[in-house]
Design a binder for this molecule. Sequence first.
Ligand SMILES: [Zn+2]
Length: 289
Amino acid sequence: MKKKLLFPFFLALASLCSCGGNPASSNTIFVSFYPLEDFASKIAKGKFEIENITPVGMEPHDYEPSAKLIGRMSEGKGFLANGLEMEHYLSSLPSSLLDKTLVCSKGVTTIKNDNGIVDPHIWLDPSRAKIMADNIKDFLISIDRDGASFYQDNYADIASKFDTLDAEIKEAVKTFKRKTVVVSHAAFGYLCDAYGLTQKAIHGLEPSEEPTAATMAEIIDAVKKEGITTIFAEEMVSPEIANKIAQETGAKVEVLSPIEGLEEEDVGKEDYFSIMRDNLAKLKEACCD
Ligand SMILES: [Zn+2]
């Protein structure tokens, strides 16, 4: 996994998008962003082609499919979305596509930020991610009843992976000396909610939200008071402000992934579980040193 920040490359990577030109296969299930691709691939296991519409290396919050791509998606077998306004374009999709769309957050207990906005980042809590996977399993069964036991078995596999990961995080958090983490955008609300941590986010629920002077002052104050040693940046958001806070407080900058996408070099090498464990290792270091 990449350790450095490579922000300038993202626009270049976006131009390498391979989705958009290929003819739609009636066997394709489209997904809005990476975690859904990973969960769906692990449950469908080759029975359907899973295509992520957000190009590799691109931040999904700001992404919108082109009319041409929406046309291809409409010809596919279905579309998996997170919901909770992760996909701002969702309600404007044609009804023919919405009719075969699964909103994977169905049944997940949500939390709101201080401004009353529902946080969409449910996948970063393994217990909630397990519900998303359960919804995906039910969706696959609904479109391929003959494969029901196959999807159920695959779901049981991924469900036990979520449980193991959950137990690992619970165990690790017991050793944390500090429970406050400074992160880039407010993606870790559910992770914090599940494990008794607190996030102080530089950006809001969307990476495009710039911090106010008051937010900056509050974060810098918290870093100094609580002896926080690490400021977390992320791969797809400029680390400029994180670097500034680090300079002012003497903290170091590390990368914590909100798992909203993979970068080109991680495709086929990393998955949700490996990145969650990488995040956990970094949190351990940041909260225990
Ligand atoms: Zn996000």
